[in-house]
Each structure stands twice: as structure tokens, then as C-alpha cells.
Design a protein around this ligand. Structure first.
Ligand SMILES: [Zn+2]
Ligand SMILES: [Zn+2]
Length: 249
């Protein structure tokens, strides 16, 4: 069984529909045997998203708490019609380590494959975005081969989201075909929980079972090895998560 070292998609109770504090999420990561957690609350365009000040103020969160590295992140909303993202000042974005961009129904009412594909092509060109989030959502069909085949050129990675597999109808088959394309084009992925409560941090069994089922290579899963993940953050943000020290701000 593949074992993960980090959960890179989690929400804290700065959004009202999530239930745990940052400290509780860190404890959840510890209980799950992880070494790192990314806090990725929704961008301001989402109903119940965080105010943009939340993201700049992630600077006061220690880099390492109780042995767990804390990655400063956001889940941005892809916006219609052409794939812009939440309107946030650059100074708020610059300090973020990890930026997921995802389709959400309240922000981008689903249209058709052409429109979704065009929006994702804009996201590929957005220099702040690191990760395409929960692409398996059946409501947002898109030209999978066209997008996945361009990910390495734009240094984007793809998320396989366990929560989607569990709650979004039809997601499993989409996730499977997206993962197979990642194998074909050697695109790195991350496997995440998208947890909204501390007890779900690191819970990714359905996603990992699907990946094992299709023989997905472990070396393409960035968060299955701490050195691999550290190399990734060094490359995209020039931060060294190996050097994070306890309670370092
Ligand atoms: Zn989402
Ligand atoms: Zn989420």
C-alpha cells in the first residue's frame, strides 16, 4: 500500500462549513502519521470563502508545529467565462507556497467541455497556480488529454482528491482516466483528503486504492515521499521544507 507523507488539501474553520482549527488540523496530520499539511482555504469568491487577509496572515503561522510542517496554501476558484481566478492583490498571493485552482458550482456554473477546457488552459498559464484541483467532478467534463498533456510544460501538477471520489457522482471513472493520462505524460500528482475536519486529515484510501488498481507509479506521487515533496517546493517556490524548525515563524 502506498503511504503518504503529507496532505496538501485541507480546510480550517476560517470557513464556516469546516469544523476544526489550524491546531486541530495539525494534530489530525500527526495522528495520521504525516509529516506535513497544507492549509488551503477557499479563495474569497466562494460563498463562505476566506477574506484575502487570511492568506497574507498565514505568515504568522509557525512553519513547523509539533513536528508537522505547515504549508501555506489556498484553494482558488476558477471563474467564468475564461478561467480567471479570485481577484486578490498580488501581495497576498506572493507569500503562498501552494495554490490549488478548482471549479466550484457556486462560482462557475457548469457549461460544456469546450468552455471548461478553455478555462483550464488559462489556469495552466497562471504563474501562481501550482495544482489543478479535483478535476474528476462529473459536472466539469473537459478535454482531459489536451490539459494533462500540457501540465509539464507549465509546471502544473494534478490532484487526485479522495473526497471527490467519495461524494461526487461519476468522479471515480474520471479520476481513473485522468490518472492514466498522468502516467502516459509523466505528470506528477498529489493525493489529498480535502478534509473539512481534523478526523479526516490523511484519509485517502479510496484514491490510493484506485491508483494501485491501475498500477500508478509511486514515483509520480509527490506526497508519497518527503524528499520528493521537498524537491518540488524547492523548485517551484525556492523554500526548503527540510529546514523548517519547530515554531519557526
Ligand atoms: Zn474544492
Ligand atoms: Zn477543498
Amino acid at each position: 500500500m502506498i503511504k503518504l507523507v503529507a496532505d496538501l488539501h485541507t480546510h480550517t474553520n476560517v470557513s464556516h462549513h469546516a469544523h476544526s482549527s489550524l491546531e486541530e488540523m495539525v494534530q489530525g496530520a500527526k495522528r495520521a502519521g504525516l509529516r506535513a499539511i497544507a492549509i488551503t482555504n477557499h479563495g474569497p469568491s466562494m460563498v463562505d470563502g476566506a477574506h484575502q487577509w487570511h492568506f497574507t496572515n498565514l505568515n504568522i503561522v509557525p512553519r513547523k508545529i509539533d513536528g508537522i510542517c505547515v504549508i501555506r496554501g489556498i484553494e482558488m476558484n476558477i471563474l467564468p467565462p475564461n478561467g480567471s481566478v479570485d481577484n486578490m492583490e498580488e501581495k497576498y498571493l506572493k507569500n503562498l507556497d501552494y495554490v490549488i485552482a478548482s471549479f466550484h458550482e457556486p462560482c462557475f456554473p457548469p457549461v460544456n467541455s469546450d468552455v471548461h477546457t478553455r478555462a483550464l488552459e488559462s489556469i495552466l498559464r497562471n504563474p501562481y497556480v501550482t495544482t489543478l484541483g479535483h478535476l474528476g467532478n462529473q459536472n466539469y467534463i473537459f478535454d482531459q488529454e489536451r490539459i494533462v498533456s500540457q501540465c509539464n510544460e507549465f509546471e502544473k501538477i494534478i490532484e487526485i482528491n479522495n473526497n471527490s471520489l467519495a461524494i461526487r457522482k461519476g468522479s471515480k471513472e474520471n479520476c481513473k482516466s485522468i490518472a492514466k493520462l498522468c502516467m502516459k505524460y509523466h505528470v506528477p500528482i498529489v493525493v489529498t483528503s480535502d478534509s473539512h475536519i481534523s478526523f479526516m486529515v490523511g484519509k485517502t484510501d479510496s484514491a490510493l486504492a484506485m491508483l494501485e488498481d491501475i498500477g500508478f507509479p509511486e514515483e509520480l506521487i509527490l506526497n508519497a515521499d518527503f524528499d520528493r515533496l521537498a524537491n518540488y517546493f524547492k523548485k517551484i517556490r525556492n523554500i526548503d521544507i527540510h529546514s523548517f524548525e519547530e515554531n519557526q515563524v
